[in-house]
Design a protein around this ligand. Structure first.
Ligand code: FMN
Length: 202
């Protein structure tokens, strides 16, 4: 089957893109509004895009023709955010925070999560998440109704128990989840990961 995107509507394109570009990590983004209200929401159009400078990219849509999603608005207005990684035991609270709450609602409270202070930015981290990535806005590129947020990483928090004896992150201990198409997700476990060394040139 060949699918030409030219005459497809954005909903159909979204279905195809999110079913074939898999698995996607989930950026669970905490921000604070300029009025001081905490906000938390998941985004899976998310990737690490460079190490020097250390940059991540998150693509955030709009609520309507005129209104940006709260996360985008907060990053635009305050310039700061934290990406909290989503693990197996955080699936349910993550899902709750994807609901379109009014901007005056604190999603940490709605999902019974604990906000803890960050080191380099004002938005709090999710205490229950084992990895928190503190970022400042690098650039926001507006593309149609979407905002491509480029963030520069300032500080990363990693919970000690997921480090191995050499001090490296043991990815399989993280039990991180990934987003697939539709309402499907995957879980990274020791059984379904493997090591692959680069081949020798010879
Ligand atoms: C796993 C998951 C991934 C999501 N990924 C995105 C995404 O990449 N971009 C986006 O605009 N919305 C995405 N959403 C929807 C947002 O989380 C949702 O619109 C949320 O209400 C936005 O909250 P905010 O207005 O507080 O920013 C995703 C939802 C879920 C459950």
């Amino acid at each position: 089957m060949e699918i030409r995107f030219k005459n497809l509507d954005p909903k159909q394109i979204y279905k195809i893109m999110t079913s074939v570009i898999v698995p996607r990590p989930i950026a669970w983004v905490s921000t604070v509004s300029k009025e001081g209200i905490n906000n938390l929401a998941p985004f899976s159009y998310f990737a690490g895009i460079s190490s020097d400078p250390p940059l991540i990219a998150v693509s955030i849509g709009s609520k309507s023709q005129e209104e940006k999603k709260d996360t985008w608005k907060n990053i635009e207005e305050t310039g700061e955010f934290v990406i909290n990684m989503v693990t197996k035991d955080l699936i349910s609270p993550m899902n709750i925070t994807s609901l379109p709450f009014e901007e005056e609602v604190d999603e940490f409270e709605k999902a019974c999560l604990t906000p803890v202070p960050s080191l380099s930015v004002k938005p709090p981290r999710v205490k229950e998440s084992p990895v928190n990535i503190e970022c400042k806005r690098y650039e926001i590129i507006e593309i149609g109704k979407m905002g491509l947020i480029l963030g520069e990483v300032l500080t990363v928090h990693i919970r000690d128990d997921i480090l191995n004896e050499k001090g490296y992150v043991d990815t399989t201990k993280l039990e991180i989840i990934g987003r697939l198409g539709g309402a499907n997700y995957c879980l990274i476990t020791a059984e379904n990961t493997f090591e692959l060394k680069r081949p020798d040139k010879e």
